[in-house]
Design a protein around this ligand. Structure first.
Ligand SMILES: NC(=O)c1ccc[n+]([C@@H]2O[C@H](COP(=O)([O-])OP(=O)(O)OC[C@H]3O[C@@H](n4cnc5c(N)ncnc54)[C@H](O)[C@@H]3O)[C@@H](O)[C@H]2O)c1
Ligand SMILES: [Zn+2]
Ligand SMILES: [Zn+2]
Length: 360
């Protein structure tokens, strides 16, 4: 038996998305069917619809989601129908060479559902192996992490991508710690989460950089101690001024552009760390003098999903939220219907929202 549900599909490169009736099989071994309750609109969904990730159209978009387990397949032992879960797009395998070396957050063989969801008989590519702008979706059991159901779905779902990516870029990848100085380039949902993560980790100087003055105002609410409008001033010089001429300990790029990566590279102190969490498109290139890479020392890192471990981090972050120690409500700019995703992309492009969240 298959389930027929509505979902948001990107059929071809750059074309507006449409609502389609998709087919979802019953969960097979190791799979779970999720009754999606909320799914945030992340910039990565827009990257998919623009063909910037790959060209495996049609895509079933949406990947920042929370919902209820509806049905579990054979062999699924740690979830039961009714569990409130956050979906994740890096379900670690436990067996690959990275997992075996005790680095599961880098898992090289993460799990997705084996069976395919379909549109008119054609296999859909679910965004990041999730596809949650849909009434239901099919994922691998490891992609669903049980959390305290007291958290509202529209808030909990954000942990499933942008917020986790940003918090983790600061706390896990960048290893921001007490007394550090941090600069965050790009103050969308991901960048603001990096700002919040830096604050939680004890950074004492947190510099927000964006070209949009509204975003900079919002960044202050998440904990930025300084803001720089890089459409008006050179951010590298401005960051040096704030940090006694030295630069920051950790520079986090949360946009995915060569120009802002370079700015991050040059704005850090000697032996500092650059973290790339923004996703570049395949054509982008950077050119840096090699002597600067050597001479400045330190570390250049990329952050996949904030180097998180969903089973360790999601329940903990939801608990912090419920205790009032993690600001999540502020990320939700608006709640929308499934048929408003295309408009939400435009609002994102115009810089009007941090997160539009589809409620189902
Ligand atoms: N690494 C990961 O695991 C991961 C996870 C989720 C999202 N991402 C990526 O993170 C990036 C940010 O996502 P988001 O949802 O926050 O996007 P967003 O569009 O909400 O935010 C981007 C921000 O960058 C600013 N910006 C754009 N160009 C700029 C420039 N030249 N200089 C300074 N600021 C500039 C915009 O004004 C905006 O505030 C995207 O590339 C997304 O694909 C990565
Ligand atoms: Zn693995
Ligand atoms: Zn995302």
């Amino acid at each position: 038996m298959t389930h027929q549900v509505k979902g948001v599909v990107a059929k071809s490169k750059g074309e507006p998305v449409s609502i389609e009736t998709i087919e979802i099989p019953n969960p097979g071994p190791g799979e779970v069917l999720i009754d999606v309750k909320a799914c945030g609109v992340c910039h990565t969904d827009l990257h998919y619809r623009e063909g910037a990730i790959n060209d495996e159209f049609p895509f079933l978009l949406g990947h920042e989601a929370a919902g209820l387990v509806e049905e579990v397949g054979e062999g699924v032992t740690d979830l039961i129908p009714g569990d409130f879960v956050i979906l994740n797009w890096r379900a670690v395998c436990g067996h690959c060479r990275s997992c075996r070396r005790g680095r599961p957050w880098n898992c090289f063989s993460t799990h997705n559902a084996t069976q395919k969801m379909k549109l008119d008989g054609k296999e859909l590519s679910p965004a990041l192996g999730i596809g949650a702008f849909a009434e239901k979706t099919l994922v691998a059991a490891g992609q669903a992490t049980k959390v305290n159901p007291e958290a509202k779905p529209e808030v909990a779902g954000l942990i499933g991508c942008g917020v986790m990516a940003g918090l983790g870029a600061a706390m896990n990848t960048g290893q921001v710690s007490r007394g550090d100085s941090v600069a965050v380039f790009g103050c969308g949902g991901v960048g603001d989460a990096a700002i919040e993560g830096s604050r939680l980790a004890g950074a004492h100087t947190i510099i927000a950089v964006d070209i949009d003055s509204t975003k900079l105002e919002w960044a202050k609410e998440f904990g930025a101690t300084h803001t720089i409008d890089s459409s008006k001033v050179d951010p590298v010089e401005a960051i040096r001024e704030i940090t006694d001429g030295n630069g920051v300990d950790v520079a986090i790029e949360a946009i995915g552009l060569p120009i802002t990566y370079e700015q991050a590279f040059y704005s850090r102190d000697l032996a500092g760390t650059v973290v790339l969490v923004g996703v570049p498109n395949p054509e982008m290139k950077i050119e840096l003098p090699m002597i600067e890479i050597f001479g400045r020392g330190g570390t250049l890192k990329s952050s996949w999903y904030g180097d998180c471990l969903p089973s360790r981090d999601f329940p903990m972050l939801i608990d912090l939220y419920l205790q009032g120690r993690l600001e999540l409500d502020r990320f939700v700019s608006e709640t929308i219907e499934l048929d408003e995703v295309e408009e939400a992309f435009h609002k994102m492009e115009r810089g009007e929202v941090l997160r539009s969240v589809v409620i189902l």
